[in-house]
Structures are given as C-alpha cells and as structure tokens.
Design a protein around this ligand. Structure first.
Ligand code: AMP
Length: 149
C-alpha cells in the first residue's frame, strides 16, 4: 500500500461530497421549536442547519436540544414548543469547511461531527458533508488500494 504522505485522496477537494443546500432540510431562527421538531422527526435526521433568510448559516438545532428545552422541574412541558423560537435554543458553534478544503481536513473535523456545514468565501451556505459519505469513500479507496498491491 502507498505511503500515506503520497495518498492523493487526502488532498482531494471535497466539493464532490457536498449535499447541495436545496437538498438539505433546514429551519430558520424565527421558526417555533414545534416546527423544527416536526421537520426533524419527519426527515429522520438528528440535527439540521439553521439558516437565515439570506441563506447564511446561524446554527444547528437537534432533537436533543429541543427535548432538553421542554423539560421542566417535574414534568415535560410540551406547550413551550409553540412559544420558543429555534434561535433561543440552537447551538451556534458548528463544524464548517469550505468547498476547496482538502479531504484530510473534512475527515479530521468529522471525527466529532456527524456532518459538516460547507460555506463559500462570502459565508453563504452551500450544503453539508456527512461523515458517512466520507467514510464510505475512504473505505472504497482503501479496498481498492489493497487489491492493487
Ligand atoms: P447520515 O450520515 O446520512 O446518516 O447523516 C448524518 C446526519 O447528517 C443526519 O442525522 C443529519 O443530522 C445530517 N443530514 C444528512 N443529510 C441531511 C439532509 N439532507 N438535510 C439535513 N441534514 C442532513
């Protein structure tokens, strides 16, 4: 097998792995938690991006954050879902790469993140890259290299 330093896959730009913005389920900061929970449950995703009206990334919202926000002292308070906005609960720290970033960088960022957000130079949201896609590609590549050696 090749020396890892010579692996061109690590330097390959990641744009071919991007799920484009129009295929990414998202919500806006002013949406209610009820709306966000519906989108999350119906899509089956654990977390999704929060974009403003100009398609700038503002945060991520997850099922766990929503459930945590409706837990009262002694009971679950689902009525809060209608009155609380996504912007009050979302996390504003998230993993981000740009589409020219090398595979190596995306792979290392994905260790702690099931998906990475992709922005262009002006900060506009371009889409996401999932860890599963990166790993599937890497797995295929390594098998291929093994067969050739
Ligand atoms: P997967 O590797 O396909 O299971 O996706 C991992 C995570 O990435 C999901 O749980 C979601 O948080 C996010 N994700 C994947 N695809 C989408 C999408 N089309 N829209 C929004 N989030 C997504």
């Amino acid at each position: 097998m090749q020396n890892l330093q010579e692996c061109h896959i690590l330097q390959q730009p990641i744009h071919s792995f991007v799920i484009p913005a129009e295929e990414v389920a998202h919500v806006q900061p002013d949406n209610s938690l009820e709306h966000a929970l519906l989108v999350l449950v119906k899509s089956g995703y654990t977390a999704i991006p929060v974009l403003d009206t100009s398609y700038k990334l503002r945060g991520l919202i997850s099922k766990a954050q929503i459930l945590d926000s409706i837990i009262g002292l002694e009971q679950i308070e689902p009525e809060r879902l209608k009155d609380t906005r996504v912007g009050e609960v979302m996390s504003t720290s998230f993993a981000c790469v740009n589409e020219e970033s090398p595979f190596e960088k995306a792979l290392s960022q994905s260790i702690n993140n099931p998906f990475l957000c992709v922005e262009d130079q002006t900060g506009s949201f371009l889409g996401i890259i999932t860890r599963s896609k990166l790993l599937a590609y890497l797995n295929g590549y390594l098998h291929d290299q093994k067969k050739r050696s």
